[in-house]
Design a protein around this ligand. Structure first.
Ligand SMILES: [Zn+2]
Length: 342
């Protein structure tokens, strides 16, 4: 039972989660000196930025008000400070690389190279791909249920989990959308939307795992099971948005919910005679491996591919297989119910 070992390992890892460490990069005196120089002169080396002709509160140092930052640039929050941070970081990382040093984090993030202003292009591409696969999966599920499988006389589906999977599809697409936006441009509101959507999806998946694995079909029982988890997830999202965006706490909450649902699916896959249970196994093992990437993040290779980018990459095939399992489940349940009815 290799899966048991995996789960044991994951649970142990989640308990040993290291506390979030301060970033080494922005504590570096050479980086600090570069920032100070840049904010005064607007230049890093021979590269100068027009944003730095303005003070941090947006007042121009020289020139009248209409010479201020164009609105679209202000919306993207590309101001003097973020330009200085980016270019001081690149310069410092180049020096460190020549000296044989490994990349370090700056202000809590790995040093990524921008492409056309996109901060993490590889991660954005995988998020967009996941969004596309998610949409395809959801659409094919919809077509299967309403156009291919027989419907009840009241035009409802025989499959009892239709509504739950629809909500899952919508929450997942919402989450991939905000993930792509956040990895394009990391500012406070995109970060909060990304974290909130991910937590909402994970929380709902957890409820869904309980419902499906325990075969809860009665409406009242569903409400009773879901209520405490909905309350917990809502509180956590409100806490992150309006009290404190605590990365360490959020990591613990998401890993705990992730491990718990993998356990539920794994146990169910072990006892059920479901014809597509192998797909469940692949998703559980793949999901576990992906979670390891999330926990042990390594710096970006050539400034582009880090552990989190690979984590997003694994989601693409797993999402495809997951929807394939959901479609199989719909067919399986429908044929079982039809056989019983005869
Ligand atoms: Zn992400």
């Amino acid at each position: 039972m290799a899966i048991r070992h995996w789960i044991a390992l994951l649970v142990t890892l989640s308990l040993l989660l290291p506390a979030i460490h301060a970033s080494d990069g922005d504590a570096d005196p050479i980086y600090r000196a570069c920032m100070e120089h840049c904010e005064k002169t607007g230049c890093v080396g021979d590269k100068c930025f027009q944003h730095c002709k303005f003070t941090s509160d947006g007042k121009p140092i020289d020139g009248p008000w209409y010479m201020q930052e164009p609105l679209y640039l202000r919306w993207k929050q590309w101001d003097c400070r973020s330009d200085c941070r980016y270019h001081c970081m690149l310069t410092r990382e180049e020096e460190r690389e020549k000296g044989g040093d490994k990349p370090v984090k700056y202000h809590g993030k790995w040093p990524f190279r921008r492409v056309y202003g996109i901060q993490e292009p590889v991660t954005v591409a995988f998020s967009a791909l996941s969004l596309a696969v998610q949409f395809h999966g959801w659409l094919s599920f919809f077509i299967l249920l309403y156009y291919k499988l027989p419907l009840r006389p009241d035009k409802k589906t025989y499959y009892e989990y239709t509504g739950l999977w629809h909500i899952y599809g919508i929450l997942a697409m919402n989450s991939w959308f905000w993930s792509a936006v956040f990895h394009c441009r990391d500012v406070e509101f995109t970060e909060k939307l990304n974290y909130s959507s991910a937590v909402a999806l994970l929380g709902f998946n957890f409820i869904l795992a309980i419902m499906r694995a325990c075969n809860i079909r009665d409406e009242a029982a569903r409400v009773m099971v879901a209520a405490p988890f909905v309350a917990f997830v809502t509180t956590h999202i409100l806490y992150l948005n309006f009290y404190r965006l605590d990365y360490g706490l959020n990591m613990k909450v998401t890993v705990a919910m992730g491990v718990a649902q993998l356990l539920i699916w794994a146990v169910w896959a072990g006892v059920t005679h479901h014809p597509s249970r192998w797909k469940l196994w692949v998703v559980v093992v793949g999901g576990g491996l992906a979670m390891l990437l999330e926990i042990y993040d390594f710096p970006p290779y050539r400034g582009f591919v880090d552990a989190h980018a690979l984590y997003h990459a694994t989601s693409v095939p797993l999402t495809y297989l997951w929807w394939s399992f959901i479609r199989d489940d719909a067919e399986f349940r429908t044929s079982t119910l039809l056989k019983k009815a005869k």
